[in-house]
Design a protein around this ligand. Structure first.
Ligand code: IMP
Ligand code: MG
Length: 173
């Protein structure tokens, strides 16, 4: 537990931003319902907080993909390690992710989900690191754009640690 972590966004700042995104989504999907697809495990906290801030009818499902292992570098190889419980047919799907970094994971995933008969498909990411992008990925709803640093907390991990920090911090391993 000797890693140095400096606070980037406090819990208050994050929750205020999630409230705004929830309001935006509620306006954009007025008269419809949304199906949130949270990506395990990083997006769990964000998905749940966001769901609470959306006022149109919400259903939720989760899936798990692996691209990193326990390192801080993307391998570029994406694998679905736990698929969704429910079909996406006819649904207005919003994929909820913790962070878009190289874009490798989301580029693969959005492609995969698009083929499942969705009515619409959008992406909502708590964090976005545009400088690091290798694959073109459109982020429809972004919490915060951050510089190229490795961050932890609010669901994000370093070797599975620090997901439970209530804030987002920059780690120097
Ligand atoms: P991408 O495929 O390179 O866009 O990576 C996406 C995944 O890498 C995210 O869902 C995270 O799990 C992980 N990741 C990327 N950057 C960070 C970071 O700064 N902290 C923690 N996890 C990260
Ligand atoms: Mg992730």
């Amino acid at each position: 537990m000797d890693d140095k972590i400096s606070v980037l966004y406090s819990e208050e700042t994050i929750n205020a931003r999630i409230k705004e995104i929830g309001e935006q989504i509620s306006r954009d999907y007025a008269g419809k319902s949304v199906h949130l697809v949270g990506i395990l495990k990083g997006a769990t906290f964000f998905t749940c907080e966001l769901a609470k801030r959306i006022t149109v009818p919400v259903t939720m499902d989760f899936m798990s993909v692996s691209s990193y292992g326990d390192s801080t570098e993307s391998s570029g190889i994406v694998r679905i390690t736990k698929d969704l419980d429910d079909p996406l047919e006819g649904k207005n799907v919003i994929v909820v992710e913790d962070i878009v970094d190289t874009g490798n994971t989301l580029s693969y995933l959005l492609d995969n989900l698009q083929k499942r008969g969705v009515d619409s498909l959008r992406l909502c990411a708590l964090l976005n690191k545009p400088e690091r992008r290798e694959k073109d990925v459109v982020v429809d709803y972004t919490g915060f754009e951050i510089p190229d640093a490795f961050v932890v907390g609010y669901g994000l991990d370093y070797a599975q640690k620090y997901r439970n920090l209530p804030y987002i911090g920059i780690i120097e391993p």
